[in-house]
Design a protein around this ligand. Structure first.
Ligand code: ZN
Length: 71
């Protein structure tokens, strides 16, 4: 348990990979701990969440539009 602290760089990497895959609990705990003690990374996390939901909406819209166009 000596290496539980993440650097901001590692935390950002985890935040990014969290978008496409489920993190193991150990990584989630480390990330959560880092987000508690760090001032910058929670902002990054929030921006990534916003971006992801915006992209999700856009992707769905683009798919629908594309399918409608085909016929
Ligand atoms: Zn950080």
């Amino acid at each position: 348990m000596s290496n539980i602290r993440l650097t901001c760089r590692q935390a950002t990497k985890l935040l990014l990979s969290r978008q496409d895959r489920h993190l193991p609990w150990r990584e989630r705990v480390r990330l959560r701990l880092h987000l508690i003690v760090c001032k910058a990374c929670p902002r990054v996390a929030r921006q990534l969440d916003l971006m992801r939901s915006a992209m999700g909406k856009w992707a769905r819209y683009a798919e629908d539009a594309g399918e409608g166009d085909r016929t």
